[in-house]
Design a protein around this ligand. Structure first.
Ligand SMILES: *Cc1c(COP(=O)(O)O)cnc(C)c1O
Length: 370
């Protein structure tokens, strides 16, 4: 048996990416330029046909600038899940608004529509649901609530390149959507983000805000940021874009193998996919007994050489950085998920042998505690 360690995530960088970077470096023009413009067009065509994509230097910048571009103001509230990466709530706070943390539904780990409804106040401007782990949020129900109350939807699609809901691609649902291009996401540009925009006005606002508040050189209209992507990063992203569909298919196939092996195992809940949803498995996340999780994770690593991850161990409303927005708040489904989730390797580099090792390792580690 091989004992090579199987990492929880593994970015795939090939000769084509290296050649693309080299081409840009040799050109001598490395800041935002023609590669970024081409990447924006290609990304838009690929994932969100008909919508404009604007490139920025990170997913977090994209979320922050997207909110500002969509008109979120300091007195506004934006409803967000607490069970997500901190960037979701951070972006609302960075825009000067108030993140209102609400609970998730326990099946897909996404915003609970009834909890969203209960959190609406006269100050609510919008809802920022997360397509967590690559599974779309409950689009129909959240959209119906947004419509009924005149609220905007801002999508956190950081983990969901290529996911869809009843044939509608994520990134085409909200006023804007943010995709992350961080190395461990389903595709990467090194660091980077894409904002896909429902209107020309939002797209223009993001473009202006990313570049010191100016469209015309030195004619600054508003106070802006430097959130530009470089042509070096865009060149990597353009190559990855040609590979991401194949990788997604491998992620789905890997997930199917893991589920076939783990389904029915006592002490493990495998992920499920909502009817009409396409899950792109940024993470393959199971639930295990909260009291056993640390032991299982250690056994996977030390006895079986299998990496795993906990996304995310501390709900955002309990983080030192964000808790002041939600004093005393209790979100039972969020806290339960935070104590039980365990993400297993599902990335496209896994071999059939790796998948078998992962299944056997989880079975052995879970059973050892029974
Ligand atoms: C990665 C991620 C972000 C932030 O993206 P960066 O590119 O790392 O800034 C935001 N939200 C979620 C859910 C993420 O996973």
């Amino acid at each position: 048996m091989t004992t090579e360690f199987i990492p929880a995530a593994k970015p795939i960088i090939g000769d084509e990416e290296r050649a693309a970077v080299d081409r840009v470096l040799r050109s001598g023009m490395i800041a935002q330029g023609p590669e970024v413009a081409a990447f924006e067009r290609e990304f838009g065509d690929h994932f969100v046909a008909g919508r404009t994509a604007v490139a920025v230097n990170s997913g977090t910048s994209g979320q922050h600038l997207g909110l500002l571009a969509a008109g979120v103001k300091p007195d506004d509230e934006v409803i967000v899940p607490s069970f997500t990466f901190a960037a979701t709530g951070n972006s609302v706070a960075l825009a000067g608004a108030t993140p209102v943390f609400v609970d998730i539904e326990p099946t897909y780990f996404t915003l609970d529509p009834e909890a969203v409804r209960a959190a609406i106040t006269p100050r609510t401007k919008g809802i920022m649901p997360v397509h967590l782990y690559g599974h779309p949020f409950l689009v129909d129900q959240i959209e119906a609530i947004a419509k009924e109350h005149g609220l905007a939807i801002y999508e956190d699609a950081a983990q969901a390149h290529g996911a869809s809901w009843n044939g509608r691609n994520v990134g085409t649902i909200g006023d804007f959507a943010m995709f992350s291009l961080y190395p461990t996401k389903n595709m990467t540009s090194g660091e980077g983000g894409m904002v896909t925009c429902a209107t020309d006005e939002i797209a223009r606002n993001v473009r202006v805000l990313r570049n010191q508040g100016m469209e015309k050189q030195y004619e600054n209209e508003v106070i802006g940021f430097n959130a530009r992507m470089t042509d070096i990063h865009a060149a990597i992203g353009r190559v990855q874009l040609t590979k991401v569909n194949a990788w997604t298919e491998i992620r789905k196939a890997n997930a199917a193998v893991l589920t076939a092996g783990l389904e029915g195992l006592d002490g493990v809940v495998v992920p499920t996919v909502a009817p009409g949803a396409v899950h792109v498995y940024h993470q393959y996340t199971i639930r295990v007994d909260a009291a056993e999780r640390a032991r299982i994770q250690t056994a996977l690593k030390e006895e079986h050489g299998v990496g795993s991850g906990v996304y995310y161990p501390i709900p955002n409303h309990r983080l030192p950085s964000l808790q002041h927005f939600a004093p005393g708040l209790e979100l039972p489904a969020t806290e339960k998920a935070a104590s039980e989730v365990l993400s297993l390797p599902v990335h496209p580099s896994l071999t059939a042998g790796d998948l078998e090792r992962i299944v056997n390792a989880v079975a052995a580690a879970v059973t050892a505690g029974a």
